[in-house]
Design a protein around this ligand. Structure first.
Ligand code: RFL
Ligand code: PHB
Length: 393
């Protein structure tokens, strides 16, 4: 068995783990990152597209912002379509000039992997059977196997950044963690296509047949989603059927100018809200999707992961560079305060824009009233905008 020693052992090579690894390394804080899949596999997952201002800043601090600043698109607003009627939310105007960056999670993850490689960071792919030991002791241990060989890492802290299905959260005794969950009776079917986006800004569409979203990755790469029943599978949807359904849910002029083409990726994601409390157990700290999930409607998932990393990074710096552990002690409380606000906003956007099975007429009228109120009230638009661009860290 090979033995390693490090300060921080990070489990999970998604955006959360990579970002923290990079930031700590830049401050001379030694760390090892374990990822169970290959780099190619991680980069093949098409996920988030909208980064809030604070996330973009963190990418720059991690010295990974160059390509994002060059290729990412600044968006100062988005549209909400309601049964054919399109209205714009002016993000910038309602937040004193704030905006979001449209830059795919795939590209961002690639930039982080490249940065780790350029610094000779220790990123171990295809690390199997990761297991956490002695979590409440001063010297927790992570074991894993690679190429049939067992390895052991002794560290000061373990970071569980291994996503919703990871091993870290499950290593906390059930009586030491509380989980809150809400499942929505629907999923999002998403496609990526090499077509010109139908709109320079995102369109969130409410429609009686179900929600739809027009998003993009660049001026030659579109990302579209439609709400589907949980029972649907990707095989149920030909490209032709997808485009037809998307057209039906959008205002006529938008549908009329839409460029269609073959999908280069197609997947279904169920809608779920989830929070695990607390986010620390002994010397294990949870971050990102390992601790919380939101339905994608408010574009908060990756951005919430970023705020965890921001708090952890600062707490680790204080601990190692100043001998002050108060940030680590407050981490769970501080992170959760922001996480719950992202949960609230994501639930609100989801409830406002989706068609629920067997939805009472009363609820439908409330959705209409909520939208009417939103567009008649500067205060309501400001509230939406400040949440969408990201509440302060
Ligand atoms: P990830 O990305 O799931 O990465 C976790 C990593 O851990 C690895 N892993 C393990 N490694 C070692 N040992 C183990 N035992 C392990 N178990 C797991 C996994 O292989 C993986 O590489 O979590 P992370 O880093 O916390 O990042 C979270 C984000 O990926 C997620 O919140 C967002 O993608 C959510 N999301 C969106 N967020 C936004 O902020 N804006 C958006 O526009 C947005 N759109 C979306 C989304 C998520 C979507 N899906 C598919 C869920 C759109 C969609 C469709
Ligand atoms: C995306 O482009 O994948 C995307 C954008 C906004 C969302 C969710 C997903 O709210």
């Amino acid at each position: 068995m090979a033995n390693f020693k490090t300060k921080v052992c990070i489990i999970g090579g998604g955006p959360s783990g990579l970002m923290l690894s990079q930031l700590l390394d830049l401050k001379g804080i030694d760390n090892i990152l374990l990822e169970k899949h290959t780099r190619e596999y991680v980069l093949s997952r098409i996920r988030a597209g909208v980064l809030e201002h604070g996330f973009a800043e963190l990418m720059r601090e991690a010295k990974c912002g160059e390509r994002m600043d060059r290729e990412g698109e600044i968006h100062e607003g988005f549209f909400i379509a309601d049964n054919g009627n399109m209205r714009r939310i002016d993000l910038s105007g309602h937040t004193g000039g704030n905006s979001v960056v449209v830059y795919g999670q795939t590209e961002l993850t690639r930039d982080l992997y490249d940065a780790r490689a350029a610094m000779d960071g220790t990123v171990i792919h295809e690390a199997e059977n990761a297991a956490l030991h002695d979590i409440t002791s001063d010297k927790p241990v992570v074991t894993y196997s690679k190429d049939g060989e067992e390895h052991r890492i002794e560290c000061d802290f373990i970071i569980g950044a291994d996503g919703f299905h990871g091993v870290s959260r499950k290593s906390i005794p059930v009586d030491k963690i509380r989980e809150y969950e809400k499942l929505y009776p629907m999923g999002w079917l998403g496609i990526l296509s090499e077509t010109k986006p139908v709109s320079p800004e995102l369109i969130y569409a409410r429609h009686e047949r179900g929600f739809a979203l027009c998003s993009l990755r660049s001026q030659v790469l579109s990302r579209y989603y439609i709400q589907v029943p949980l029972t649907d599978t990707v095989e149920d949807w030909t490209d032709e059927a997808f485009w037809q359904e998307l057209h039906r849910r959008l205002p006529g002029d938008v549908a009329g100018r839409m460029e269609t083409g073959p999908s280069i990726e197609k997947s279904i994601a169920p809608l779920r809200s989830f929070v695990a409390e607390p986010m620390r157990y002994g010397n294990l700290f949870l971050a990102g999707d390992a601790a919380h999930i939101v339905p994608p409607t408010g574009a908060r998932g990756l951005n919430s992961a970023a705020s965890d990393i921001y708090y952890l990074y600062h707490a680790m710096m204080d601990h190692y560079l100043k001998g002050d552990s108060s940030g680590l002690d407050k981490y769970s409380e501080t992170a959760l305060a922001r996480i719950w606000k992202a949960q609230r906003f994501s639930w609100w956007m989801t409830t406002l824009l989706h068609t629920f099975p067997d939805m009472p007429e009363y609820d439908r009228r409330l959705q209409e009233t909520e939208l009417e109120y939103l567009f008649s009230s500067e205060a309501a638009q400001t509230s939406l905008a400040e949440n969408y661009v990201g509440l302060p860290f």
